[in-house]
Design a protein around this ligand. Structure first.
Ligand SMILES: Nc1ncnc2c1ncn2[C@@H]1O[C@H](COP(=O)(O)OP(=O)(O)O)[C@@H](O)[C@H]1O
Ligand SMILES: [Mg+2]
Length: 316
């Protein structure tokens, strides 16, 4: 069989009154790293749990090539590798053991699996804890071990639910490199994250999901195209100072802590700088910066949420 494209067609999952997934359609091709972004409660985990048979869709279909993953949950488990959002129960294992063990359970040959396990321990820089019992590992290291467990012998589809949670910034970069490698190795990588900025650099395509609905899909740059010609004016307010009244040229704005981000048109850059300098002169702002639009700005505009790492809600 040549077609290993993963397809979700009109997937709907209802919990009582709640439509946790509402008619979601998307495809992930082999070799592609596909990001699923959305705020807490958007329905991301609900969607991926249906792929591997932990939940059954209320309606719609989930297929991998000619395999019907809903009708054939055994095939789903065989063909898909899954890193859950919750931590793996590895308290009584040492990382190098449990990584090799899961690779062999998945059908990998012992020699290759052991070798690959050591390579991943090296690549994720967790060698220091190679022989430490799982119970004594920090949350971030546990998550990296979990990642190595599910990808040491990857399936056709690799589903990662918030793989970067609790991981320190340096090892997050190493993790993204390994995620990229999975795609380069031919897997369809389906990656759930709330970390918009990191996803922007690492995914081929992405979807934004909000209130159970898929509200945007495309490459990072195609999603940003609507914001082309826009800039972000970032104002660092004097701690505790109220948000200033927004001039007419500000399209929308967000405040997170003392940081105010205002979306403006490129053509208004000079006005924006003048305004920011005035706020500094009045001792309302401490500094300002004018920057290119990122995927984060698109995400804020579409979902009304600031990504969780920044924490906060959009105002007006
Ligand atoms: N088993 C369940 N029963 C009832 N409601 C659920 C269940 N699982 C998830 N939900 C609800 O579905 C919505 C989506 O949850 P989830 O898929 O976990 O969101 P996300 O992963 O995007 O944060 C939330 O409102 C959540 O409370
Ligand atoms: Mg989730």
């Amino acid at each position: 069989m040549d077609d290993w494209t993963f397809r979700a067609e009109q997937v709907t999952k209802v919990f009582g009154e709640l439509r946790a997934n509402d008619g979601i359609t998307l495809q992930v091709r082999p070799g592609e790293v596909y990001g699923l972004l959305g705020p807490n409660g958007a329905g991301k985990t609900t969607l991926v749990k249906q792929v591997i048979g932990l939940l059954k869709p209320s309606s719609g279909s989930l297929t991998l090539g000619t395999y019907d993953l809903v009708e054939d949950p055994d095939a789903a488990r065989q063909l898909c590798s899954y890193l859950p959002q919750a931590q793996m129960p590895i308290d009584s294992f040492k990382p190098h053991q449990v990584i090799s063990l899961t690779g062999m359970i998945r059908g990998g040959d012992p020699v290759t699996v052991r070798q690959r396990s050591e390579e991943m321990i090296e690549a994720l820089d967790i060698g220091e804890w190679r022989d430490t019992m799982g119970a004594r590992l920090s949350g971030g290291i546990k998550r990296l071990v979990g990642f190595a467990m599910v990808t040491v012998w990857p399936g056709r589809v690799v589903i990662l639910d918030e793989p970067t949670n609790d991981v320190d910034p340096r090892r997050r970069r190493l993790l993204w490199e390994q995620i990229r490698r999975l795609g380069d190795g031919g897997a369809s990588v389906f990656l759930v994250t709330h970390n918009v900025l990191e996803a922007e650099k690492s995914v081929d395509r992405l979807a934004i999901i909000n209130d159970g609905r898929l509200i945007a899909e495309g490459t990072p740059s195609s999603l940003k195209s609507e914001d082309r010609g826009r800039m972000r004016l970032q104002l660092m307010m004097v701690p505790g100072h109220a948000t200033p009244e927004m001039p007419a040229f500000v399209h929308h704005h967000t405040r997170v802590g003392n940081n105010v981000m205002a979306a403006i048109s490129e053509a208004d850059s000079a006005h924006a700088i003048g305004w920011a300098q005035e706020l500094m002169r009045l001792d309302e702002a401490e500094e300002y910066a004018l920057a290119a639009t990122t995927l984060e700005d698109v995400y804020i505009r579409m979902t009304g949420h600031v990504s969780e790492d920044m924490g906060g809600e959009v105002q007006a």
